[in-house]
Design a protein around this ligand. Structure first.
Ligand SMILES: Nc1ncnc2c1ncn2[C@@H]1O[C@H](COP(=O)(O)OP(=O)(O)OP(=O)(O)O)[C@@H](O)[C@H]1O
Ligand SMILES: [Mg+2]
Length: 572
């Protein structure tokens, strides 16, 4: 309930106006049976047609006011619901953006997507039901019962006898829906994940001729999801017919008992019985709306739980140190160890080295030796499990991720190309001039590519960069990194798709342009590392050698092995 209050509060005025209009519309609806029975008793029975015409006119006016108020109520409720959805969606999206990587991994991109879309949408549907029912249901039930009592207490009592029957039926049917919705939502996540993954990986799937089987897998997940939704919907769909059946039985009984009471000389008229039947209809429609809302309760519980997982997740704290001076680029790893999750194996153990501002460092090592993990620590994506990582002598624990990343520019190993123009991809929607972007383009050896397209920087890239080559993708990301004014530059396996000539030109540009900056280049190739000021050799999460190329050839067996495997020669 808190979640509804929080996001409705800022636009409560629309909800209040909606409620006020709904109250008037409901009162008009309740007045109609009363007026009707008066027309019959005092007009038609007494053949007073002047009275009939006046009453008809009055009824018409009441009905018209009711209709206008109902339309106004719908408009106001819609405004409240739309704003509710907007605020909730913004918050969920903001939280999803700020959540820690561990929560992000736990919930998964597909799960986050379904929550921001489907769960938020379900919540807005429920808000609409709540807003339209919150005023009308009590009024229908209370005023309808009072008016029915005023007509005939016996008939009204009959009506009361049926109310618990409907409520019990609703609760009975709705009892087991909750777990069904929970399973259905999990399967929606799974189905979304499969569809998303398969669509992104369509080239790999085609290359291995797996289209058919992968389609079957996705269809199976869709089928499971649909079957669960059918089960849940079948159960909730039972509620309305059951309530309707009880309503019809109640109407029949009221007509029957009403007729008996008319014959026994109680003074009850046919018009009174008709009025009570109409009240029964109105009261029961109130109860049905209530039942309908009750159907949503288990569904909403699941939605709220799923949304709270995002809204209550731990956020990366807001930076309060952005006004501190820029970093110079001195880096110290002092016995740093790191594990991805509590209790899991160490991916980095006792890593120690020091890099002075302006040094050009290469990190080399076999697959899975921990190079990218080390880069993630330098970017503040992860913090050391033990040991100290310091920038300009300041412990990373005291530096906010945002401040750190304003001082660090990186090309990630698993970088991303966004759907958009080259300019947007390189400048990341920031206000860089074309001249600034072109300078980065030239340094990243991408000028030929830009000039080969008449659109130039406005050339459109597809999602994931599917309309450019692997080497072009890498160079776009290199240009993006070079554009940033930072103290530390990280290139994680960023030249692997480039030919030697292009790589060498980019390295020269980096050497010239980034001369006073600290540069870490993660590479698999000895040729890419040998000219660095310092080479850090990693093996199985440990630093097994630090030094210059010649020194390492002499005293680091792992480096020597890499050298032999790549050059076919041994120095030892
Ligand atoms: N997000 C993660 N969660 C858990 N384990 C991870 C995660 N990322 C990497 N690892 C594990 O950490 C170890 C080091 O991975 P890392 O990506 O740092 O290696 P690498 O040296 O960059 O390898 P490569 O040269 O193949 O890029 C590997 O065993 C890997 O399985
Ligand atoms: Mg890596």
């Amino acid at each position: 309930m808190k979640i509804f209050a929080k996001y409705l509060k800022p636009n409560a005025k629309f909800a209040v106006f909606g409620c006020m209009f709904e109250v008037v519309a409901t009162l008009c609806n309740l007045a109609l049976p009363l007026l009707m029975s008066q027309i019959v008793d005092d007009g038609i029975n007494k053949l007073d047609f002047d009275y009939v015409w006046k009453s008809v006119l009055l009824m018409f006016s009441v009905a018209a006011v009711g209709m206008v108020c109902h339309i106004m109520a719908i408009k106001q409720n819609l405004k409240a619901t739309t704003r509710f959805t907007e605020l909730l969606k913004n918050d969920v999206f903001e939280k999803a953006n700020k959540m820690t990587f561990s929560d992000h991994n736990r919930l998964g991109a597909a799960g986050l997507l379904t929550r921001t879309e489907t769960d938020v949408w379900q919540m807005s549907e429920v808000t609409d039901v709540i807003l339209s029912g919150v005023c009308t249901i009590p009024i229908y039930m209370i005023c309808g019962s009072v008016l029915a009592f005023m007509k005939d207490a016996y008939l009204a009592l009959l009506l009361f006898a049926f109310t618990p029957v409907i409520i019990a039926a609703v609760i009975l049917v709705g009892r087991k829906i909750h777990p069904l919705w929970e399973i259905a939502d999990k399967q929606t996540d799974r189905q979304n994940q499969l569809v998303r993954e398969r669509l992104i990986g369509i080239r790999v799937i085609r290359a291995f001729n797996r289209d058919e089987t992968e389609c079957q897998k996705t269809n199976e997940a869709t089928r499971k999801m649909v079957l669960n939704y059918i089960k849940a919907n079948n159960r909730s769909g039972l509620i309305a017919p059951v309530a309707m059946l009880v309503l019809n039985v109640a109407t029949l009984l009221i007509v029957y008992v009403g007729a008996a009471r008319m014959q026994s000389g109680t003074g009850l008229s046919a018009a009174d019985v008709v009025a009570v039947v109409q009240y029964v209809g109105l009261i029961m429609s109130g109860i049905m709306t209530l039942s309908w809302s009750l159907i949503f309760v288990p569904r909403v519980k699941v939605n709220v739980k799923r949304l709270l997982e995002i809204l209550e997740s731990e956020s990366i704290p807001d930076a309060t140190d952005l006004d501190k001076p820029a970093l110079n680029g001195n880096v110290l790893f002092d016995n740093v160890s790191f594990a991805y999750a509590d209790g899991s194996e160490l991916v980095l153990s006792d890593v120690s080295f020091e890099v002075k501002a302006g040094e050009k460092v290469a990190i080399i090592g076999g697959t899975g030796s921990g190079k990218s993990t080390l880069v993630s620590l330098l970017l503040g994506f992860n913090k050391p499990t033990s040991g100290t990582l310091a920038f300009d002598g300041e412990n990373v624990e005291g530096i906010s991720g945002e401040r750190l990343r304003t001082n660090v520019s990186a090309v990630l190993q698993k970088g991303t190309i966004f759907a958009g123009t080259l300019r947007e991809n390189i400048g990341l929607w920031q206000d860089f001039t074309d001249e600034q972007i072109m300078e980065a383009v030239r340094d990243a050896q991408l000028e030929g590519f830009v000039s080969s397209h008449p659109e130039g920087l406005d050339f459109k890239l597809s999602q994931g960069g599917s309309n450019v080559s692997g080497g072009q993708k890498q160079r776009i990301q290199i240009a993006r990194a070079l554009l940033k004014k930072a103290a530390i530059f990280l290139f994680d396996d960023s030249f692997s798709a480039l030919d030697f000539m292009t790589e060498s030109k980019i390295r020269t540009a980096i050497k010239d342009k980034l001369a006073p900056r600290t540069v870490f280049v993660v590479t698999q190739r000895v040729t890419g590392a040998m000219n660095s000021d310092k080479i850090i050799v990693m093996d199985n999460g440990k630093v097994v050698g630090i030094g210059k190329h010649e020194e390492l050839l002499q005293n680091c067996s792992v480096y020597n092995e890499i050298f032999i495997s790549q050059s076919g020669r041994s120095f030892l």
